[in-house]
Unconditional design. Structure first.
Length: 300
């Protein structure tokens, strides 16, 4: 199957092929931040739809981990060093919907084509709400960028031309990296995420990549006794949030092939890979949006 035939396949395949009958996980607008963090952690999710009976389609929008970073930073910006865990923990999740302005609420009919959805994902949309298709405007499931890349792996033979090219050949190495020091406090890393509207920061020891601190690390904070853990140095915070695991595996190199990159992303549920040189110095980052964009461009 050539790329033109694959394009036709994607144009004739509905978005429901991405969700595989997967059910919907959502939260009510009156649920607390703490409740929502637990739902995200228990289901290994980065975002969920937030129900609101007053809205025409029954939903206020998506809330994701970057929205929660934004809420955390905004609640504590005037606290002069102290962190108000109780206010953050008990905040209605409805107040956090699209707080970061990075997780737009987009609904699609179940008949929407994969080609159209891939186009949306390549422009930075992380997920779409798939409607039930019975005219009720009810949301039946959520399809994500990861789902799209998993589908593309199943068409690997058709994408052989682009899959067999390296990141460098595809100009996928964005030569900028936002980073924090391993000794800086975690709360400052989250402030920097909020400032730059990104969901991850590289953690460096001098110039060497030793870890990454993620917006999703906040998911486990619901079970903490307070926000004091955020005053720890980055490596200590990460270790506590991940049960002591400080391994850094979300990495790749400029000569790695796109096919191998996609396999790594899908298998490990990564949402970005740090591009490093032979000395483990970060020289760039590759996001799911970048990968979706390259595939869409290849299809023409």
């Amino acid at each position: 199957m050539q790329s033109s035939a694959l394009k036709e396949l994607l144009a004739s395949t509905p978005v429901t092929a991405l969700t595989g009958g997967r059910g919907l996980i959502d939260v009510d607008k009156d649920a607390t931040v703490s409740d929502t963090l637990k739902v995200l952690a228990d289901n290994h999710l980065l975002g969920v739809p937030v129900k609101d009976a007053d809205q025409p389609d029954g939903y206020r929008g998506f809330v994701d981990v970057l929205d929660l970073v934004t809420l955390l930073v905004e609640i504590n910006k005037d606290n002069h060093g102290s962190l108000d865990f109780e206010r953050f923990r008990t905040q209605p999740i409805g107040d956090a919907v699209d707080r970061s302005k990075k997780d737009e609420w987009v609904t699609v009919e179940p008949t929407e084509s994969l080609l159209t959805v891939l186009g949306r994902f390549s422009k930075g949309l992380h997920r779409v709400a798939v409607l039930a298709g019975d005219g009720s405007q009810k949301v039946a499931s959520v399809a994500t960028q990861t789902d799209a890349l998993r589908f593309m792996l199943q068409q690997e033979e058709s994408l052989k031309d682009v899959m067999s090219k390296s990141l460098a050949q595809l100009k996928l190495v964005k030569e900028w990296v936002l980073f924090v020091s391993k000794n800086d406090r975690a709360i400052n890393a989250y402030k920097k995420m909020h400032e730059h509207k990104v969901s991850a920061m590289a953690v460096l020891d001098d110039k060497t990549l030793v870890a990454s601190i993620l917006a999703s690390d906040l998911r486990n904070i619901a079970t903490a006794k307070g926000l004091k853990v955020l005053t720890l140095p980055n490596l200590d915070f990460i270790s506590k949030q991940r049960g002591g695991d400080l391994s850094i595996s979300a990495i790749c190199r400029p000569d790695d092939l796109l096919g191998d990159i996609i396999k790594k992303i899908v298998e490990h549920h990564y949402h970005r890979l740090w591009v490093v040189d032979h000395q483990m110095h970060p020289i760039g980052v590759v996001s799911l949006t970048d990968v979706c964009g390259v595939i869409e461009a290849h299809l023409g």
